[in-house]
Each structure stands twice: as structure tokens, then as C-alpha cells.
Write a protein that binds this ligand. Structure first.
Ligand code: UTP
Length: 466
């Protein structure tokens, strides 16, 4: 035991991270155990390679020049391959047959929003003041109601959000879901390193500065935590994937699932038409027959501005992080060597100085490493891209009030406008000054609103918020 512990300590020193043990002798045996387990779980070789920048890197300028628009189902065009009605029926059948699960990624730290709880707990309902978690759970319950099916809800947390998220669900009656329909699982972490030296930063004398390993961490954690296995055992074949910060997403959108199935796609992505070339969204493109996402920051100006013969942006498809993923494809990807690549982000990370005092940097000082779920796309042999109307599918809460875009106010407005449109399409005149919110558990779209209005006895009241 003693020898084993000396082995890992030697390894820490050999890789130049001896400072992690600087306060070892001051720690209680419990804290020593905790620090030892954090340190032992680090792949120092991988971290050294990442910091040196010698890992396989991508030449985005070169790839951007070769990038073509993806083959996609466009909003205003009829697909030559399959009709919308066919896709809808196919998606609805898969949900009815219990083959679909919903994944919600909610492990991010939400630093831009500046909310000190998990972002899912942020209240966003324009009238109800419901939380982001509640909006997603209600949308999912709406799908369960409509298709008379049970759809498991897989919520990915991180050590930063896990406990508060579990308590929130427990204290709010699982937001109306049956306990067996709610599966919360925690993603992994990566250490933050000093941007100048590559040394791992410490948050306290016994705690490394660890942060969630990105939404792409889902691939490894689904596998490690046995979720793929248990989902497969309950008959799940496909996952509908969404992010907690976008309450406009329709949980388990049957149309998207249907296109995915008809195309025999392994990973399907919903996109919106970009408003301008350098819009701050990932660009979904096709390169040598594979689908990739090129981040707006990696897309050279000339590639962003390129237009087709109709004068439309050539690289038009913006990623909104709504996907359908095959369970078999995820299982295969989780067995892939090395996992998804890491991306680096320079961030401000508070850390312990040599004298044991916590320093809160005024400027970015650290590198965080994150995996992105969209790096799965090029691994898939068969993908599908489907355009959605941004007004109906995308209004993420990213920034605090006062920012130019993606603020809570903008999201509330987008929700209210969508629900007003549903009412108007159902023949209801709505005063423009009135705030509107429709609970998706009551009606999922304009068509359902129309049917419910004709039969008002169907109006449903939720009580778990009281
Ligand atoms: P963002 O990249 O927007 O990050 O996450 P964020 O943490 O919400 O916000 P900032 O950048 O700190 O301001 C997009 C989605 O991916 C999830 C988030 O919870 C959000 O739903 N995510 C992000 C994870 O689940 N894990 C991560 O490690 C990172």
C-alpha cells in the first residue's frame, strides 16, 4: 500500500505537478484520501500532450475551403426522398413503441448567465415563471401524453450541478415525471491548468481546480455509468438530445426523429438558416462526404461570406445543438480509442498560490479542456441534417440581462411569441400587449391548441408548482 502510494506520488513529481502535494502534511487523512483519488484519476500524459499542443490538430482554414453545404431537409423544399407526413408517422410510431429516450445536458457552469445555481433551475416561463428544467419536463410529459408512451428522461449533470439538481427534482416531485422515468447521471471532469506553465491549478489545499469535461463528456459517461446498457435493456434505440438552456426545443420532436429513422442516420442534427456569414453558431457542413461542424471562430471570412448561384450563403446551416443519436452509434463511439478530441478555452479560474492563499485573477489565466458532442458527427457514416424555423426551435439563455443577445428577456419573448402564433393559427385573436404562455403538457403545437380549444373540457391544471 505504502509502495503503491509512493508510485503515484513519484508520477506526480515526474510530470512536474509536485506542487499538488505541497500541503499534503497539513491535510487530515480524509482530505489526503480525497486528494489522492483526484490526482490518481488524472491522465498526466494526456494533459501534457494537450498542453504542448502536439495532439492531432485540425487545419480549419484548409477544411473550410473544401466545405460544402450539408445535404439537408430544407424548410421550404419538399424532400425528394421522403415526405414530411411519412417522417412524422415514423417518428410518432417510434415514440409510441417506447424506442426513444430524451437526453438533456445540464452539466455546464453557466458562467455567462451569472446564476449561482444549476442553469436548469433558472426561472424562464414568461407567465408561469417555471424553471428551464420544468419547461423541458413539461414538454416531455406533453409527448408522453400525446403518444401514450413512457419516455425516460436522462439528465446529465456535473459535479458542479449534480447535488443541487437532484435536490431540485426531489423537492419538486420529479416535475411530474414518474421516479423511474427520471435518470440523473454525472459527467466527468478535467483539471484546469495554468495557461503559462501547464501546471494543474488547485482550488484549495485538498481540491484540484476541476471543471466539467464539456457536453461531449456525455459519450464516456453514458457508457461508464451503465446508462447505455440500462437504456438498451428497456428497449431504447434512439436518444433525442437537447441542451438545458434552450426551452424552445420540442422534447422528442417526432418529425426530427422520423427523418432520422427514414434516413437510417446514426446522428441527426437540427439546424437553422444563419442570418449572416459570421453569426456566432457552429457551421454544419459536409467535407469529403462526412458531416462536420466548424465553429464560427474557426471559419475564415471568405468561407463565411461565400454565396451560391442564388446569392444565398453557401455555408448556411447553423448548429442549435438538437440531435437524434442512435444508441448503437453512441456505444461504438464510447469504445473508440482516445475518445472525442479536447478543445481548449482560456478562462478565469481562481486558484491557490504557493503561500496557500486563494487568488482570484482579474484576467483569464487558465486553460480548460472540453469535449464537444458535435465531434461525433464526422465519426458517423450516415448523418441527416434537418432545417427548423429558428422562431420555433431556438432561443437559448446564455447571457445575463443587458447583453445584446441570448438573454432571459429574449428567451421569454421568443416563448411568448411562439405561443401567440399557436393561438392565432388556432383562430384566436390575441391582443399584442398580452403575454402568453402555453404549457406543452396541455398543447404541444398550434394543431393541439386548435383541438383543445374546440374541447375546452380537456384543459389541464398542473399542481406540482403550488
Ligand atoms: P455552454 O457551452 O453554453 O456552457 O453549454 P454553459 O456552462 O451553459 O455556459 P457558460 O459557457 O459557462 O456561460 C451548452 C449546454 O451544454 C451543457 C450546458 O449545461 C448547456 O446545456 N454542458 C456544457 C454540459 O452539460 N457539460 C459541460 O461540461 C458543458
Amino acid at each position: 500500500m505504502q509502495e503503491a502510494s509512493q508510485d503515484w506520488m513519484k508520477r506526480v513529481h515526474d510530470f512536474g505537478h509536485g506542487h499538488l502535494l505541497r500541503f499534503w502534511s497539513e491535510l487530515s487523512s480524509e482530505d489526503q484520501k480525497s486528494l489522492a483519488s483526484q490526482v490518481q484519476s488524472i491522465d498526466f500524459q494526456e494533459l501534457a500532450t494537450l498542453f504542448s499542443g502536439t495532439e492531432k490538430s485540425v487545419d480549419w482554414s484548409e477544411l473550410s475551403r473544401r466545405a460544402q453545404p450539408p445535404i439537408a431537409i430544407r424548410l421550404q423544399e419538399n424532400s425528394p426522398a421522403f415526405s414530411k407526413a411519412e417522417a412524422l408517422e415514423c417518428g410518432e410510431n417510434a415514440i409510441r413503441q417506447g424506442k426513444v429516450g430524451m437526453i438533456l445536458v445540464a452539466g455546464g457552469q453557466g458562467t455567462r448567465l451569472g446564476f449561482d445555481q444549476p442553469k436548469g433551475m433558472f426561472r424562464i416561463g414568461p407567465v408561469s415563471n417555471r424553471s428551464l428544467f420544468a419547461m423541458h419536463a413539461d414538454s416531455l410529459r406533453g409527448a408522453m401524453r400525446k403518444y401514450e408512451a413512457s419516455i425516460p428522461f436522462y439528465v446529465m449533470t456535473s459535479p458542479a450541478t449534480d447535488l443541487a439538481t437532484r435536490e431540485y427534482f426531489r423537492d419538486h416531485h420529479h416535475l411530474g415525471l414518474k421516479p423511474e422515468e427520471l435518470i440523473v447521471f454525472c459527467q466527468g471532469t478535467m483539471p484546469a491548468v495554468d495557461a503559462a506553465t501547464g501546471k494543474i491549478l488547485m482550488e484549495s489545499k485538498s481540491q484540484l481546480a476541476l471543471s466539467p469535461d464539456g457536453h461531449g463528456g456525455i459519450v464516456a459517461s453514458l457508457d461508464k455509468q451503465g446508462i447505455l446498457k440500462s437504456a438498451s435493456e428497456r428497449g431504447i434505440e434512439h436518444f433525442f438530445y437537447a441542451q438545458v438552456d434552450n426551452p424552445l426545443v420540442r422534447a422528442c420532436d417526432p418529425l426530427l426523429i422520423g427523418y432520422h429513422l427514414l434516413a437510417k442516420s446514426q446522428m441527426t442534427t437540427q439546424v437553422v438558416k444563419k442570418r449572416f456569414g459570421k453569426e456566432k453558431v457552429g457551421n454544419v457542413v459536409s467535407i469529403d462526404g462526412r458531416t462536420h461542424i466548424i465553429e464560427y471562430s474557426d471559419l475564415p471570412d471568405d468561407a463565411a461570406a461565400r454565396t451560391d448561384q442564388d446569392g444565398e450563403l453557401s455555408l448556411w446551416a447553423g448548429n442549435i445543438a438538437v440531435h437524434v443519436l442512435d444508441l448503437g452509434f453512441l456505444a461504438e463511439a464510447s469504445r473508440g480509442e482516445g475518445g472525442l478530441p479536447f478543445h481548449r478555452a482560456i478562462k478565469q479560474v481562481p486558484h491557490l498560490r504557493e503561500d496557500g492563499v486563494l487568488e482570484k485573477p482579474a484576467a483569464p489565466n487558465a486553460i480548460k479542456y472540453e469535449r464537444f458532442v458535435f465531434d461525433l458527427l464526422p465519426l458517423a457514416e450516415r448523418t441527416m441534417v434537418v432545417e427548423g424555423d429558428a422562431r420555433d426551435v431556438f432561443a437559448p439563455v446564455k447571457n445575463a440581462e443587458g447583453a445584446p443577445t441570448d438573454t432571459p428577456t429574449a428567451t421569454r419573448q421568443a416563448l411568448s411569441m411562439q405561443h401567440k402564433r399557436w393561438l392565432e393559427q388556432a383562430g384566436v385573436a390575441v391582443n399584442p400587449s398580452v403575454k402568453v404562455e402555453i404549457n406543452p403538457h396541455w398543447a404541444l403545437d398550434a394543431e393541439e391548441v386548435r383541438m383543445k380549444i374546440q374541447k375546452p373540457s380537456h384543459i389541464l391544471v398542473d399542481t406540482y408548482f403550488a
